[in-house]
Structure formats: structure tokens, C-alpha cells
Ligand binder design. Structure first.
Ligand code: ADP
Ligand code: MG
Length: 233
């Protein structure tokens, strides 16, 4: 299979059960899924349906009970923790509802950290930070600390950070969950534009219909299974 034909993400019989004392909750039950490169996919489903669990498994933050996660042709389930961390750092970008910026670092340094972890040399890093912050509309906020920014602005920094190392797969967990409608709209448009610009693949966990409209395909999680939404594919 040539590189361009390798799916961005492939899940094979993926299962995850949480146990709390006597209680067992099977969140994912033998899920099979293939996501082509360049696709943007909305994962919808009720609260507790397993959207975050699925994203954490795809991102190698959590491990399945059984089944396989293959990202860009690499079986990340088979990697030890150290290799999985390295793989994640290089290939994946994450955006969370809670922004998760480091409060003691400036906007520019929050983005720089990811580039340092990926071994991008200082001069190249500075150029990339300039162009990214410009792209997210924060070209004049390099030195600001995160907590002086609005929620929408903080999420735009988080997007710059998530994309700084040019990950091929972006995982966004309720990225607009903490934002008002206007900020949500601009964050979504930005995420969509920047990810498509470099041919990236994106999975967005969301309960918002509006978010799903930005995506090529909507998948529904329910009862541990994934169904493709009818209509728009
Ligand atoms: P969603 O993101 O769709 O709201 P989650 O993936 O966060 O759903 O959670 C799916 C289910 O798994 C929920 O019932 C949740 O309570 C449970 N769950 C998630 N993480 C844990 C955990 N670490 N321990 C026990 N149960 C968990
Ligand atoms: Mg969730």
C-alpha cells in the first residue's frame, strides 16, 4: 500500500471497559473504523457515550483492553509507553475543551514548547511561531500570559500549539465547549482551515450539530458501537 493510501486511522475490534468496584461499563465494544487521510470527522453521541475515551485511545493517551489502533500505518497499541509518547509527540495534535495552556508561559512560549519537544531548531521555531500566531489572529499577543486572553483567544493559542509541529492527525475534544457562539464559530473555522491547509486528518468529539456541519462525516457513538450518520457523508 502506498503512503497516500494508508488510512490515517484504523481501528480493529477496539474494546474498552471501565471497572469501578463491582460495576463494569463497556464503553467501546469491538469497534472497527477506517478514516482516510485528509478527512474531518465529527464524533457525536450523548454525554458518557465514550467520545473522549475513543479520542484518548486514538491518541495513545489510554490503552484498549483489546483490539488495535493504527495511526498512519503504525500499530500504536503494540508500542511501549515511551515509543507511544514519542509517536504522539510527532504525529498527533490535541485540542481540549479546557484549553490547557501553561499559565506561567507566554503565548509564544506555550507554542514554542511543542516545537522544542520535537527538536525544531530555535530560528525555525521562531519563524513558525510568528506565522502561526499571525494565522490565528494573535500576531500582537506573543508576550501575553494566557489568563489575560479571552476564552476564544486562549483556544486559538491552543490551536496554534496543537498544529505547530504539523501533526498529520488532530484530535479535538469538545473544542468549542467553553466558548460562546461567536468565539466557537471563529475557532471552528480556524481549525477547519488550518487542518485542511496541510492535508491533515481531524477527529472532533462534540455534541454540537453546528460543529458537525464543519466536518465531512459524522459518526455516532452509542452503546459501545459506532454508526455513520445518514445523509451527508
Ligand atoms: P463522553 O466523552 O462521550 O462524554 P467518556 O468517554 O468521557 O464519554 O466516558 C464514557 C463512559 O466511561 C462514562 O460512563 C464515564 O463515566 C466512563 N469513564 C470514563 N473514564 C473513566 C475512568 N477513568 N474510570 C471509570 N469510568 C470512566
Ligand atoms: Mg467527553
Amino acid at each position: 500500500m502506498s503512503d497516500s493510501e494508508t488510512p490515517a486511522i484504523r481501528l480493529e475490534r477496539l474494546s474498552k471497559t471501565y471497572r469501578e468496584g463491582e460495576r463494569q461499563h463497556r464503553v467501546l465494544a469491538d469497534v472497527d473504523l477506517e478514516i482516510p487521510r485528509g478527512a474531518t470527522i465529527a464524533i457525536r453521541g450523548r454525554s458518557g457515550s465514550g467520545k473522549s475515551t475513543l479520542l484518548n485511545l486514538v491518541g495513545g493517551i489510554d490503552v484498549p483492553d483489546s483490539g488495535t489502533v493504527i495511526v498512519n500505518g503504525t500499530n500504536i497499541t503494540a508500542l511501549d509507553e515511551r515509543r507511544r509518547t514519542l509517536f504522539r509527540r510527532e504525529h498527533l495534535g490535541f485540542v481540549y475543551q479546557a484549553f490547557n495552556l501553561i499559565p506561567t508561559l507566554s503565548v509564544a512560549d506555550n507554542v514554542r514548547l511543542v516545537l522544542e519537544l520535537n527538536g525544531v531548531p530555535d530560528s525555525a521555531a521562531s519563524e513558525r511561531i510568528d506565522s502561526l500566531l499571525e494565522a490565528v489572529g494573535l500576531g500582537d499577543r506573543h508576550a501575553s500570559l494566557p489568563d489575560v486572553l479571552s476564552g476564544g483567544e486562549q483556544q486559538r493559542v491552543a490551536i496554534a500549539r496543537a498544529l505547530a509541529h504539523r501533526p498529520s492527525v488532530v484530535l479535538a475534544d469538545e473544542p468549542t465547549g467553553n466558548l460562546d457562539d461567536d468565539a466557537a464559530e471563529s475557532v471552528l473555522a480556524l481549525l477547519d482551515r488550518l487542518v485542511r491547509q496541510h492535508g491533515g486528518t481531524m477527529l472532533i468529539a462534540t455534541h454540537s450539530q453546528r460543529v458537525a456541519e464543519f466536518c465531512d462525516t459524522t459518526l455516532f457513538l452509542s452503546g459501545g458501537h459506532i454508526e455513520r450518520a445518514p445523509g451527508k457523508t
